[in-house]
Design a protein around this ligand. Structure first.
Ligand code: FES
Length: 152
C-alpha cells in the first residue's frame, strides 16, 4: 500500500506518494534527490542518516515517511544560509573534524540537535549525547571539539 504525505524539507513544501514502508531517508535520497544524509547501517545503529524532524534528532532510516504529515524536516543541505556555512559546519572545518567524511552530515545534524537541546556542558556530556553517531575514522575528539566550539 502507498499513500500521500505533505511535509516541509529545508523550508520547501513537498507532497509525495510513497509506499507505506518508505523510510524518511529513502524519501530524501530517492524522491527528493537530497543525498547528503547517508545510509550507513539502515538499522538505527550508526547515525549517518541523522536529520532534524520538528527540531528533534531522528535516525531517518528508522522513521516512516508516511507518518510525517505536516512535519518540518531539516537536512544537512538546509543548514547553510546561502554561501554562509552554519557555525557548526565552519567549526568542523576549523577543527579538522573528519577524515573520509561519510558520517559528517549525520554528525553535524546530531551536533546541531545536541546544541539546541543544551547537552553541551562538558566534553563528556557532548560525547555521551553524540554517542549514537559512529565515526569509523575515529575523529571523535575533534568532533566533540567542534560541537563545543560552536556551543560556547
Ligand atoms: Fe540510519 Fe545507520 S543509516 S542509523
Amino acid at each position: 500500500p502507498s499513500g500521500r504525505v505533505s511535509l516541509t524539507v529545508n523550508g520547501k513544501r513537498h507532497t509525495v506518494t510513497v509506499d507505506n514502508r518508505t523510510s524518511l531517508l529513502d524519501l530524501l535520497r530517492e524522491h527528493l534527490d537530497l543525498t547528503g544524509s547517508k545510509k550507513g547501517c539502515n538499522a538505527g545503529a550508526c547515525g549517518a542518516c541523522t536529520v532534524l524532524v520538528d527540531g528533534r534528532r531522528v535516525n531517518s532510516c528508522l522513521t516512516l515517511a508516511i507518518r510525517l504529515e505536516g512535519a518540518e524536516v531539516t537536512t544537512i543541505e538546509g543548514l547553510a544560509d546561502g554561501d554562509e556555512l552554519h557555525p557548526l559546519q565552519q567549526a568542523f572545518i576549523e577543527q579538522d573534524a573528519f577524515q573520509c567524511g561519510y558520517c559528517t552530515p549525520g554528525q553535524i545534524m546530531s551536533g546541531v540537535g545536541c546544541i539546541q537541546e543544551g547537552h553541551t556542558g562538558s566534553k563528556d556530556e557532548i560525547g555521551e549525547w553524540m554517542s549514537g553517531n559512529i565515526c569509523r575514522c575515529g575523529c571523535y575528539v575533534k568532533i566533540v571539539r567542534a560541537v563545543e566550539q560552536t556551543a560556547h
